[in-house]
Design a binder for this molecule. Structure first.
Ligand code: ADP
Length: 491
């Protein structure tokens, strides 16, 4: 695997080199879809002729994972303590780890401990962005320099800003918005601490409603902006979705690109999933085995109708409150539900409440469990994604690939990736899932009623499931679009 990766890097360099900077990256650290994207893009882009190196913070334990480790950059006082970048390989990636114990040696997760954000998060990720811009501009001690600096979300937002404010450079920058709800807000009095000049605190630069926003800083300084689906790119220019940044984004519409995420089709492959019995479009027997195993694992009895799954952060964004409201009718109609997630304590309690109310039909695991999520996709009949907004969404893509019919809100990337079942789309042989709008409990209840009805027609259901499994969800087309963007910037 490693040798293969290194070989790809050698050929990849023919078109350009990319420094990707982010706060998380699969398989090293993940709290959400951002990590999947950052971890998958390097291999996909290698096939397009780009060699990507990925810079993330050295959270506790990560340096140990690094093979062929060596120091390639250092600064004695990096936002309050020594910082250095270690290069090496881990998880098939060409990795750069920013080691700065005063910023990243923390007991909790990447952003918070015991439910509270670290108060110095602005500085923690400003330091990451600073190191990225410094390497982009000056190169590593080994003389490596990228042609493209690709920053992700607010944690990388200051990287294009530092690059731009540092003076003329040939390096071009791209900022990808994975979720605009997180904006990297810091009080105005931290400007100097964040190494931003007083002149940058204006509404057309880093100022955001009296504060500093690292995301906005990136949006106004990056050479190009991307977001993770075409539909979300359009939505972001509207006040309902732009979260105060709609004007900033609309002003940059000519540089904004929506590129739908893919999924790692080697990791998410029902014919070779180590966590489940194999199956594929030609033989679905394994799926029935997985369904029975899943029911047993959650201690459920027989479910005559469709078995829905929910694998999600349990938050308002994800519409979990709507599930609590809409599911009782679905259960009464013969459906079942298994839930895996963590998040808002009230929503966790609501999910537990469903399990108590419908023993034998609803099972809930509060927690984060990658292997269990695979067993759920392999054994479920449908996956619920009732998000109020969803930049791209990954679980509906896993659902398509596993023949686990996505039931999705018609928003963001969900609308770009699922073709909703209507009489017309069914007779045209196009439907791959169930979509609903508006995103409220009634909408979801009606979508679940449609799920019951479609599941009750075996031929229609089998045809839709077979189509879903053939939907294109790999990284190939996304990688081609990123590569085209990089080339257009370099040209
Ligand atoms: P977001 O990044 O907004 O949370 P996405 O759908 O883009 O939403 O990505 C979520 C990712 O995290 C998916 O890979 C999903 O399977 C995974 N995930 C979410 N919650 C859990 C959980 N409790 N256990 C395992 N995987 C989870």
């Amino acid at each position: 695997m490693k040798g293969q990766g290194e070989g790809m890097t050698a050929t990849a360099a023919q078109h350009g080199t990319v420094l990707s900077v982010a706060s998380e990256c699969v398989p090293l650290v993940k709290t959400g879809g951002l990590a999947d994207v950052v971890g998958a893009l390097p291999a996909a882009l290698a096939g397009q002729g780009f060699a990507v190196r990925t810079l993330i913070p050295a959270y506790p334990g990560l340096v140990k994972a690094l093979a062929h480790e060596r120091e390639v950059w250092a600064e004695a006082d990096l936002f309050g303590g020594p910082g250095r970048v270690l290069a090496g390989r881990a998880g098939g990636l060409d990795l750069l780890l920013l080691e700065a114990p005063h910023l990243y040696d923390r007991d909790g997760g990447p952003y918070s401990a015991h439910g509270a954000d670290y108060p110095d998060n602005p500085e923690r990720f400003a330091a990451l962005s600073w190191a990225a811009a410094a390497i982009a501009r000056g190169g590593t001690e080994e003389g490596w320099r990228p042609s493209i600096l690709h920053a992700h979300d607010w944690q990388g937002g200051l990287a294009p800003a530092y690059l731009r404010y540092g003076g003329a450079t040939a390096v071009r920058s791209v900022l990808t918005i994975h979720n605009i709800a997180f904006q990297g807000i810091a009080p105005a009095d931290r400007l100097a601490k964040l190494r931003l000049a007083p002149g940058t605190f204006t509404p057309d630069q880093v100022e955001y409603y009296g504060n500093i926003s690292a995301l906005k800083a990136g949006l106004v300084t990056a050479d190009a902006i991307t977001t993770v689906s075409p539909n979300y790119a359009n939505e972001l220019m509207r006040p309902e979705f732009g979260m105060g940044l709609q004007g900033v984004i609309a002003a940059r519409a000519a540089s904004l690109h929506g590129i739908l995420n893919g999924v790692d089709t080697a990791v998410w492959d029902p014919s070779r999933d180590p966590d489940a019995a194999p199956y594929g479009p030609r033989s679905m027997k394994g799926k029935a085995t997985n369904r029975a195993a899943l029911l047993a694992e959650f201690g459920l009895g027989p479910v005559p109708g469709p078995l829905a799954i929910l694998v999600s952060r349990l938050t308002h964004q994800k519409g979990i409150d709507l599930v609590a409201e809409a599911v009782p009718d679905f259960i009464a109609g013969g459906g079942g539900l298994v839930v895996l997630g963590t998040g808002d304590p009230a929503l966790e309690a609501a999910m537990r409440g469903l399990a108590e109310r419908f023993p034998g039909r609803v099972g809930v695991t509060i927690g984060y469990d990658e292997a269990l999520s695979h067993r759920m996709f392999a054994g479920g009949d449908a996956v619920l994604v009732p998000s109020r907004f969803e930049p791209c969404g990954l679980t509906q893509l896993y659902g398509l690939r596993y023949g686990t019919i996505p039931v999705v809100a018609l928003t963001g990337g969900l609308a770009d990736s699922v073709i909703g079942a209507t009489p017309a789309s069914l007779s045209a042989g196009a439907a791959t899932g169930i979509t609903f709008h508006p995103v409220d409990a009634l909408g979801l209840r009606q979508a679940l009623a449609r799920l019951l009805a479609l599941h009750a027609e075996p031929a229609v259901w089998a045809a839709m499931r077979a189509r879903a499994m053939k939907a294109e969800v790999s990284w190939d087309s996304a990688a081609a679009r990123y590569a085209a963007l990089y080339r257009s910037l370099a040209g």
